[in-house]
Design a protein. Structure first.
Length: 498
């Protein structure tokens, strides 16, 4: 019995260190992965463009808000960018721990369970926790905001905290638009958990939170207006994201221009909120927070019906908190049905929306075989992408055959070459699918004719034709080098230049 108590006391005292070690081992591979992930390549290319004085959206394009590119600009290269993400994730876990403490009070087991679940789930390869996507960054300000909101109940400075929370939600939205639904969940909770306050007091808190939310967005609007890039900013970061609502649901039944499934999910969320208000006196604060937050974040995750698993990271904070309910008062056994129900919803969502699945064990085995010299660098890289070594070889070639000021152009979806070579693209676009999606073929061709790059790369991962580009290459360029499916063309000097 004494030994069991000793083990329990040891785990209770040192559990956070054990979780830290586990998360460290799960996340360590991200610092050594080859830089082949296209989205990261775009972020770093735009980050390098910022460092070289280009204006986002006007001079170089992507269709996300600016915060992610600012982080990439601060990093400056893949290694530092990944390192920022690495430490950012540990800070996120610590703040989540603080949040779980505020919700579960003195129930240490509930805090341990929820924090451990969150730490592990957000670090798994399954949900792309190893990739520095917007979701991995935006959940930190969201969690801090909820922590501030939930600690306002026993504290003063109520309005100030709601103002700061609004600012934090705004920063999350400036990482990625769907974070606005976490803000919506917070607004619902304002009226759901503060019943003892007057309606005017809650409305004042709402006003402070909305003002805080709008302030950072307004600052970005002023900045891009000053840079003569406001139309491009509003279009790329906001209006171009509206088709996102149904971009993968084109064949679905529609009503009023919207997918019927989207309307159904909206009605479900509204129904849940109505039920929470009706039974608010019988439901604890913790349950209100978990159900409200989970409902809105899951709704945001499923907006586009796209199967990218990193979208699910947005729902993991509220989902992980639910596991703490297993450790609550034994007299309220019905509470244990909530996490079971949410797990069922989560699993069914993963299956029915056919989210892509990335196995964890092969990913970790691949890295640690490489780390202990059981596997060569070539074999390690090839496990991620057969073209990984070709990307590095092409980037090294470009870096040694151009000056830092010279631009290149890549037709394909391998923007990592830009970032690895530290060269910027001719034109505003970094990948072929953006040129195709935004019908920018003529704009890109005009930029190439105006500023013909000395080196032009064709990556054969893009199958859609661009006949005008083919004519442009055939007229002025010669195939000079080839690495796997990557072809490097050299611009022939004109007779007038000889």
């Amino acid at each position: 019995m004494d030994r069991k108590r000793l083990k329990k006391k040891f785990f209770s005292s040192y559990w956070f260190i054990l979780v830290f070690v586990l998360v460290f081992l799960l996340r360590l591979p991200l610092l050594f992965e080859p830089f082949t992930y296209a989205d990261e390549g775009i972020y770093l290319t735009l980050g390098q463009a910022i460092r070289k004085g280009l204006v986002l959206y006007r001079d170089i394009h992507d269709n996300k808000p600016p915060m992610l590119y600012l982080i990439a600009a601060i990093g400056g290269n893949f290694n530092i960018y990944r390192l920022i993400h690495f430490f950012w994730s540990f800070i996120t876990i610590f703040i989540f721990y603080k949040l779980s403490r505020s919700l579960f009070s003195k129930n240490r087991l509930a805090i341990i369970i929820s924090t451990s679940v969150f730490a592990i789930l957000t670090s798994l390869h399954t949900f792309e926790g190893n990739i520095a996507n917007a979701e991995n960054f935006m959940i930190l300000p969201i969690i801090i905001a909820f922590y501030l909101i939930l600690t306002t109940i026993p504290h003063n400075h109520f309005y100030k905290r709601w103002f700061v929370a609004g600012v934090l939600f705004s920063l999350a939205v400036l990482f990625k638009i769907p974070a606005i639904f976490d803000f919506a969940a917070a607004i619902i909770l304002l009226f759901l958990i503060n019943q003892k306050r007057s309606i005017s007091s809650n409305i004042q808190s709402l006003a402070f939170s909305i003002f805080g939310f709008l302030l950072p967005i307004f600052i970005t609007i002023l900045y891009f207006a000053y840079q003569n890039a406001l139309p491009q900013y509003l279009s790329a970061a906001f209006s171009q994201n509206l088709p996102y609502l149904s971009s993968w649901g084109g064949s679905n039944v529609r009503m009023g221009g919207l997918p019927l499934t989207l309307i159904f999910r909206t009605l479900v969320v509204f129904s849940i909120i109505i039920l929470l208000f009706l039974f608010r006196k019988k439901i604890s604060l913790t349950v209100k927070v978990i159900i409200t937050w989970f409902s809105f974040s899951l709704f945001a995750t499923l907006l586009s019906s796209r199967p990218y698993p990193h979208y699910l990271i947005q729902v993991l904070p509220s989902f992980s908190l639910a596991f703490g309910l297993f450790a609550l008062d034994k007299t309220k056994k019905w509470l244990k049905s909530i996490p079971i129900f949410l797990v069922l919803i989560f699993v069914l969502t993963f299956i029915s929306f056919r989210f892509w699945y990335y196995p964890n064990l092969p990913y970790l085995v691949n890295f640690y075989q490489f780390a202990f010299s059981i596997k060569s660098r070539q074999d390690y890289f090839s496990n991620f992408d057969k073209q990984a070594l070709s990307l590095y070889e092409a980037a090294a070639f470009i870096k040694t055959h151009t000056t830092p000021q010279e631009k290149i152009f890549i037709w394909g979806n391998q923007p990592s070459i830009y970032a690895l070579a530290r060269r910027l693209p001719v034109g505003r676009y970094t990948v072929a699918y953006h040129i195709i999606d935004f019908k920018a073929q003529q704009e890109t061709l005009n930029a190439l004719r105006f500023q013909p790059p000395p080196w032009l790369i064709i990556s054969q991962d893009e199958n859609q034709a661009f006949p005008q580009l083919e004519d442009f290459i055939n007229d002025d360029y010669l195939l000079f080098q080839k690495y796997g499916q990557i072809k490097i063309f050299y611009r022939l000097p004109k007779l007038s230049q000889l």
